[in-house]
Design a protein. Structure first.
Ligand code: ADE
Length: 227
């Protein structure tokens, strides 16, 4: 998989890809992640990439030209499955969207800044708009990093233990059950006995039950979610 991220602030994106699972995935060539600084695609001398909104109003708008130039250059090199704009008014990200994106070949992520991008970018260049939640970030970079993390860990072979993504919260529409490790007792706080019993079928039953109870108590809405 290749992910090309279009941004005005590539430095905001470095560290998530420089540690842990994402770093390993890149080193193992399970994914290629490229940052493209949109300023490099500005043709004017001042490298300007934004301008005042037509009709007036507060804030600046990211111009279509540098974005289009960058996207056309990339599209001339390979086909893209999706060109995604990160925006608080997009479809809210969930596990089913991440699952679907994790099996794509090439995707472009566009990070907005200021008041956002010229609407013609969204109407003519973008194939999909994604939000990571009902709150407004200063720009799309952190949202793009969140989206990348959720996708890349699902690429086959990225997680060491092949089954561990399957037991994540949300993967089967339920929250994950509680987990414990040694010591079996700490400060008098004991691990549930069933987990140290060695009775695997009973452990499985307990986990399923815990997942159901937890979901019922904290996220009952998930039972009605078609995703
Ligand atoms: N850009 C700014 N806020 C965002 C959000 N909540 N999700 C995605 N992109 C954003």
């Amino acid at each position: 998989m290749q992910i090309d991220i279009l941004t005005l602030f590539p430095e905001l994106l470095n560290s998530p890809f420089e540690a842990s699972i994402l770093k390993r995935a890149i080193e193992a060539q399970k994914v290629v992640v490229n940052f493209h600084n949109l300023r490099d695609y500005a043709q004017n001398k001042q490298k300007q990439v934004d301008d005042y909104p037509f009709g007036g109003g507060a804030g600046m708008v990211m111009q279509i030209e540098p974005i289009d130039r960058c996207i056309q250059k990339l599209k001339a090199e390979r086909d893209y499955d999706e060109i995604i704009y990160l925006t608080p008014d997009g479809d809210q990200l969930n596990q089913s969207i991440s699952n679907a994106l994790s099996i794509k070949e090439n995707i472009i992520l566009l990070c907005g800044h200021y008041k956002g991008v010229d609407q013609r970018v969204r109407d003519h260049l973008i194939t999909r708009e994604i939000s990571i939640g009902d709150f407004v970030l200063s720009g799309g970079e952190l949202a793009a990093a969140v989206l990348c993390d959720s996708i890349i860990r699902l690429i086959p072979g990225v997680l060491g233990d092949e089954s561990s993504a399957l037991t994540d919260s949300y993967q089967d529409g339920l929250l994950a059950p509680p987990i414990y490790t040694r010591p079996a007792e700490y400060n008098g706080w004991k691990v549930p006995e069933i987990l140290t019993s060695g009775n695997t079928p009973e452990v499985e039953k307990w986990r399923e039950n815990q997942a159901l109870e937890k979901t019922k108590n904290t996220r009952p809405d998930l039972f009605n979610d078609p995703n």
